[in-house]
Design a protein around this ligand. Structure first.
Ligand code: C2E
Ligand code: CA
Ligand code: CA
Length: 707
């Protein structure tokens, strides 16, 4: 049964949104990783580009400051020498100030020679300090200035505070040269320059730039060291970058995989939320979503048809042939329906054997009837299952929008109502009609009233006599339940028993009927047996055997006079349990009859498997038995012969005409029941009939007696 109380809120995003989500998440991961790798790469490249130059500059700067320091120290030392030594000995006759002091015993170096000598000592320590000047005196002779010296002289002449510097390469090695103005800062020096006979210039003044103090420093080795340090730092940075990039890529692939897996799981969950796992078709949620979006289409005509489709007797097929065969049937039905209907039509499986077709923009009853014909003929082809080929029948209910409803709930409810009516009327399909709603309300009312019927004492048991056809005497009576509805009058058990079964109140009602029937039957002659029907649902109760025993013991009705009538449906649920129950019942002396024989599925196999005492041949065959050359007559005769071979009693149900009675007798059937012999009677009338029969002592059927 379709449930319309359920709301159709989707359990997740509609199908089809997951891939977009995946692209976004994975795109984010790779953008982050890509930009991180690129960012670090750019930083490493900038460092690799700048670092050697920076380190070279640093090295050169250190060399520059070292050179400057050396020059300053030499200037300070020379000043000290000039002030502390030369000033004292200048006028002393024992000493001579000369640049040739090395060859003279009393010669002391003039300041320029002092500088030259100290420079020579320093050259051992990789630093060269010279005093150079365009003036040949005191010791330069004709030596010319080189390019650096000339440029330095030109610059320092005008700005004696500046430091002239330049880098040069000689013999493949790099050198740093700096030049400082060598200024006359002592009057002694000025006088000496102006008065010395070899001096070519005699107008020197304090503060004049006499020459250049030049420092040369070989910077090849420190530069090479700085360059190799830069290279190794760049190498380390590049390795760190490569390592980081590899780690990030690895992490990225891991996250990518996990995200994919998570999203696949998400997709699977979404798929499951909208699809039926057995058939792969859509489910309720999908149908609901399609209907909702259909009804919310703005400005479009909301024409559509909804077909609720049931596989008839699926529950029994499933129980009898097993769930594997049941699933194969559902898959095949789903596949065939899907083959017939392409988008925009929707085919979904909503419940066990229930399918729904949604046909948008369709409201033509004629076209739908033609479609239904196509569906029926497509599904008529037997379905191959693991239990062999199975032919299935379908039942359908159709509702169309806007005529039969203009909301999803209404439309589905009405299509289902049409389906229930088609089932009840044994039609293959029915279109919804407004009158069906009234019937539905009646059903609902019946349900509610039935729940209270027992406590309101609205049930009664009637008895239909069963005749021994050889003696024409009543041999038993079948208890048949009656419900006196306060407004509707007698309601047929064919209507209320199935409702009681679905309400699960059949056990209680069934036991009440048994107790009531036993109570009445206690007043009957001892040779009259009591037959009572057991519902297949009662048959599933684990306490059935004890409950029956308890009713029998309370009423005092002997078990050997009781016959329980069961149908095949009671047996197919679980053959093993059914067999055990039947054995237990028979062990306690109760007899068991197979009711409605010939209307089920596998009657012959049940006859073989279960120990029945009586075979009640359905009234369909009894009806056929009188028709000349009918197959029903042949089946009837064979059933009787088979039952006798298996040592069973035979009872013909539904004998309505003398002709049928005669044929039933001549087929060898032992017992008979039917309106011709007697209708079901209230308990008092049954008791009267039995009393009358006892007094007449004859084998006259009730109808004849009445006549
Ligand atoms: P059933 O067990 O096959 O019972 C026989 C049905 O056939 C009865 O219908 C009876 O009135 C009807 N009948 C008897 N002779 C003739 C005839 O000559 N012609 C026609 N056309 N019908 C005849 P009823 O009483 O309406 O019961 C219908 C079904 O309801 C029963 O079929 C049985 O399956 C079920 N039922 C009745 N009482 C009980 C009960 O106490 N418990 C259970 N579980 N089911 C019951
Ligand atoms: Ca019966
Ligand atoms: Ca029957």
């Amino acid at each position: 049964m379709f449930s319309f109380v359920q709301t159709f809120a989707s359990t997740g995003p509609p199908p089809g949104t997951a891939p977009r989500l995946r692209v976004t998440a994975i795109w984010r991961i790779w953008t982050l990783i890509g930009s991180t790798i690129a960012g670090i790469g750019v930083a490493v490249a900038v460092i690799a580009w700048q670092l050697p130059e920076t380190m070279r500059a640093g090295t050169i700067d250190s060399a520059y400051y070292a050179a400057l320091e050396a020059a300053e120290q030499l200037r300070v030392t020379r000043a000290y020498y000039t002030d502390a030594v030369l000033a004292k000995v200048r006028d002393h006759k024992d000493f001579t100030l000369t640049h040739e002091h090395k060859s003279s015993a009393a010669g002391l170096p003039i300041p320029a020679s002092f500088v030259k000598d100290v420079s020579e000592a320093l050259r051992q320590r990789n630093i060269g300090i010279d005093l150079v000047s365009p003036y040949p005196w005191p010791q330069r002779g004709t030596a010319a200035l080189d390019a650096f010296e000339s440029d330095a002289w030109e610059a320092l002449k005008h700005d004696k505070s500046m430091i002239f510097r330049r880098q040069e390469t000689h013999d493949g090695e790099r050198w740093l040269r700096i030049g400082l103005a060598d200024v006359l800062t002592r009057q002694t020096c000025v006088d000496c320059h102006n008065n010395h006979p070899q001096s070519v210039k005699r107008d020197w003044k304090l503060g004049d730039v006499r020459g250049i103090m030049q420092v040369r420093k070989n910077i090849e080795q420190p530069l090479q060291e700085a360059e190799s340090r830069a290279k190794s730092i760049i190498g380390s940075l590049a390795s760190a970058w490569l390592f980081t990039a590899a780690a990030l890529l690895l992490a990225g692939f891991g996250m990518h995989r996990r995200t994919r897996e998570k999203e696949k799981t998400q997709q699977r969950i979404e798929h499951l939320a909208f699809h039926d796992p057995v058939t792969g078709l859509g489910n309720w949620a999908l149908l609901s979503e399609r209907l909702q979006s259909f009804f919310s289409r703005p400005g479009l005509s909301q024409k559509c048809a909804v077909v609720c489709l049931d596989v008839a007797g699926f529950k029994e097929i499933n129980e009898m042939l097993g769930h594997a065969a049941g699933d194969q049937i559902l898959q095949c039905v789903g596949g065939r329906l899907e083959g017939l209907f392409k988008r925009p039509a929707t085919v979904v499986r909503t419940n066990a054997d229930e399918f729904v077709l949604l046909l948008p923009d369709e409201d033509d009853a004629g076209r739908i009837d033609a479609l239904m014909g196509e569906i029926v003929s497509t599904l008529a082809e037997p379905i191959q299952t693991s239990a062999g080929p199975i032919a299935v029948k379908i039942v359908c209910g159709i509702a169309m929008a806007p005529r039969d409803g203009n909301s999803e709930d209404n439309l589905l409810k009405n299509a289902d109502l049409a389906l229930q009516n088609a089932k009840a009327e044994k039609k293959t399909w029915l279109h919804f009609e407004a009158a069906m709603n009234a019937e539905r309300h009646r059903q609902l009312q019946l349900k509610n009233d039935l729940k209270k019927a027992l406590e309101r004492d609205e049930f009664a048991v009637h008895f239909q006599p069963v005749y021994d056809l050889a003696t024409n005497r009543i041999t038993a009576a079948e208890a048949l339940l009656r419900w006196r509805h306060p407004q509707l009058g007698y309601v047929s058990p064919a209507i209320f028993i199935p409702i009681a079964e679905t309400l699960r109140i059949i056990d209680e009602i069934g036991m009440w009927a048994l107790a009531k029937a036993c109570e009445e039957a206690m007043h009957w002659p001892a040779r009259i047996d009591l037959a009572i029907n057991l519902s297949p649902v009662q048959f599933r109760s684990p306490t059935l055997v004890q409950s029956i025993a308890s009713v029998l013991s309370k009423s005092g009705f002997p078990a050997k006079r009781l016959e329980l009538e069961v149908t095949e449906t009671a047996l197919i649920h679980d053959e093993k349990i059914a067999s055990e129950i039947l054995q237990d019942l028979r062990a306690s002396g109760i007899r068991v009859a197979l009711d409605d024989f010939g209307t089920g599925f596998a009657s012959l196999s049940y006859l073989h498997a279960f120990p029945f005492d009586n075979l009640k041949i359905d009234r369909r065959f009894t009806g056929d038995v009188a028709r000349s050359q009918s197959r029903g007559a042949a089946i009837f005769g064979s059933a009787v012969a088979l039952a006798h071979t298996l040592s069973m009693e035979t009872t013909a149900e539904g004998i309505e005409t003398p002709e049928q009675l005669e044929r039933v007798c001549s087929a060898g059937c032992k017992r008979g029941q039917g309106f011709l012999l007697s209708k079901p009677l209230p308990a008092e009338e049954m008791a009267k009939l039995l009393a009358a029969e006892a007094s007449v002592g004859a084998c006259t059927p009730a109808t004849e007696q009445a006549a």
